[in-house]
Design a protein around this ligand. Sequence first.
Ligand code: HEM
Ligand code: MTE
Length: 467
Amino acid sequence: SSRYPRYTREEVGRHRSPQDRVWVTHGTDVFDVTDFVELHPGGAEKLLLAAGGALEPFWALYAVHNQPHVLELLREFKVGELSPDEAPPDPSAAQDPFAGDPPRHPGLRISSRKPFNAETPAELLTERFLTPNELFFTRNHLPVPAVDPGSYRLRVEGPEGRVLSLSLSELRSRFPKHEVTATLQCAGNRRSEMSRVRPVKGLAWDIGAIGTARWGGARLRDVLLHAGFGEERDGEWHVCFEGLDADPGGAPYGASIPYGRAVSAGADVLLAYEMNGEELPRDHGFPVRVVVPGVVGARSVKWLGRVAVSAAESPSHWQQNDYKGFSPCVDWDSVDYSSAPAIQELPVQSAITHPRPGAAVPPGELTVKGYAWSGGGRDVVRVDVSLDGGRTWSVASLAGERAAPGRAWAWRLWELRAPVPAGAQLEIVCKAVDRSYNVQPDTVGPIWNLRGVLSNAWHRVPVTVTR
Ligand code: HEM
Ligand code: MTE
């Protein structure tokens, strides 16, 4: 018999709010997580959906909880056990909300299955300038919605309550098709290097949560002007996007960008229905997604259902309480999400895709390869590579076309060939410089942040040269 008090499910069910305390069950254990609600990395609202009942059906949706450290954390809050006559919920009884997800390429490196999150393996990342659709990284927060292209309507909320409802064929025929080659990068790309300094919360991305595609679609600008908005708007305005993917409480994925970027012809923001000349794949937002070049991937809302102009940024969890940067001194007990701006343009980034860390390479000529990119359309003007941990440097050669200044939305692939002596231990390092002479920090420690975003320190790859 246990030292814990016994409760019925009915008693647990009376604790559904911070005022009445927030209780949950897992297996046959009962937890009072009131003090954790505001600290929950997935947001207080999400946690509260499970208040008064079992966690399992919710955690079936968010497999991020299938990690020992999550159960350990939960254990601290144990206050009781379910009465023996209360059977644990049958996990197989919960219908799998991910059953309708599309099939995926076996080459993707999966970091979570439900929701599906996977990156392009470094080995394939810079094989081509355009990342093949099947290998393009996928970052889903929720199940992939099943959208019927025939009945799909994009709701665009115009000025003075006028609403535009666009079918897919109207979007294709009423607006000129515009094509943009743009790199999308997740804010969490290279997070795993940051977690080696100190643990952070989030998916353990390596260097492959980035990819480049040729996107085709209508300009957001054209759609907004058609809906009746003007080139200019006095004051602060934001264009808010909602996806058709929603959490168990019905809240859709959402994000916003400033109005000025949305209507700017030079910013090339798209409502894309094509990716690399094919219709958008389901994982990447079929039938229509936003593509915001030069901006963190989180704002490029997939499965776009609704566009609205508002004086405030999107109220979505992902705009307000995630995808923000903080000082290394801020931790989960002190973080105030309202104090930091939402990430939009990303900082300069580069990484080595070949060789891989720990590889053994033959003596003779070594080819080092990688990618470099910067946010806001700032082109990469140079990539420096060191083979000795940053003591001496060479300049890599950049492949691909130079883009118009201020509209360099796509990455540059780069390469350096250098002789390497038998038996040497190398620490290969790369760092990029963008048009504004922004550089990458040399180490990750001083840019550490609790959510592990914006990880762009010099990429370091130790390798051994064989004899
Ligand atoms: C993330 C704990 C309930 C949704 C996390 C993480 C922890 C955690 C520790 C960070 C994991 C990591 O990234 O390593 C808990 C505990 C809960 C709870 C102790 C209950 C007492 C819920 C519920 C939902 C939920 C009920 C949904 C309805 C999420 C989401 C994330 C998250 C969406 C963030 C995933 C991401 O986008 O990175 N939770 N969670 N959690 N949790 Fe929970
Ligand atoms: N849009 C919706 N509707 N739902 C999502 O989960 N994830 C965002 C963004 N748009 C997301 C979304 C994030 S965080 C990123 S990095 C990009 O989509 C990833 O796009 P991709 O999966 O096509 O690579």
